[in-house]
Design a protein around this ligand. Structure first.
Ligand code: FES
Length: 144
C-alpha cells in the first residue's frame, strides 16, 4: 500500500473525517484521474498531430487543450490554461519558444513533452489528462 493510500485509509478510519481523504485526494496532481466527463477530439483537422512530436491547440466543449503526438499510438493531452493566472497557452504556435510552450501573458514556459514548468512565474506544470487514442479513427477520448 502506498503511503498516500495508507494515510487516506488510516486517517479516514481513525478520525472518521471524510474531509481528510478528500484533501489527500486533491494532492494528486500528476495526471487528472477524474473520470466524470469524456471529451472526444477528432484530430483530423490538425495535421501537425500526424507526426510524432507535433503539437496542436484544440478547443472543444469549452475545454482548451494542447495535444502532442507522443508516439504513433499515443497522444499527450494537457490543459492549455496557464497555471499562473489562467491565460490560454498555445493558441498561436509562435508561442513555441526555444522548444518550450510559452505563455504570452507573463512569459512562463513549459516542457511540451511533460507539461512541466521550465520558467516562472508559474510554479506548477500544465495539468495532464488521461486519454485514449485510436490511431485508426483519429479520435482521442480525453478524461477531464
Ligand atoms: S498567466 Fe501564464 S505566465 Fe501568467
Amino acid at each position: 500500500m502506498e503511503r498516500r493510500e495508507f494515510l487516506r485509509v488510516s486517517l479516514g478510519a481513525v478520525i472518521g473525517l471524510p474531509v481528510v481523504a478528500s484533501v489527500l485526494n486533491s494532492c494528486e496532481t500528476d495526471v487528472n484521474k477524474a473520470q466524470d466527463k469524456v471529451v472526444v477530439v477528432d484530430i483530423s483537422p490538425y495535421p501537425a498531430l500526424n507526426t510524432v512530436g507535433g503539437l496542436a491547440f484544440v478547443q472543444v466543449d469549452n475545454y482548451s487543450f494542447i495535444l502532442r503526438r507522443a508516439s504513433q499510438n499515443t497522444i499527450a493531452a494537457f490543459s492549455a490554461v496557464c497555471p499562473h493566472q489562467g491565460c490560454l497557452i498555445g493558441d498561436q504556435m509562435g508561442e513555441l519558444h526555444n522548444h518550450k510552450l510559452r505563455c504570452m501573458c507573463h512569459g512562463a514556459e513549459f516542457d511540451p513533452q511533460t507539461g512541466a514548468v521550465t520558467q516562472g512565474p508559474a510554479t506548477t506544470g500544465l495539468t495532464q489528462y488521461r486519454n485514449e487514442f485510436d490511431p485508426q479513427s483519429k479520435t482521442v477520448k480525453i478524461y477531464v
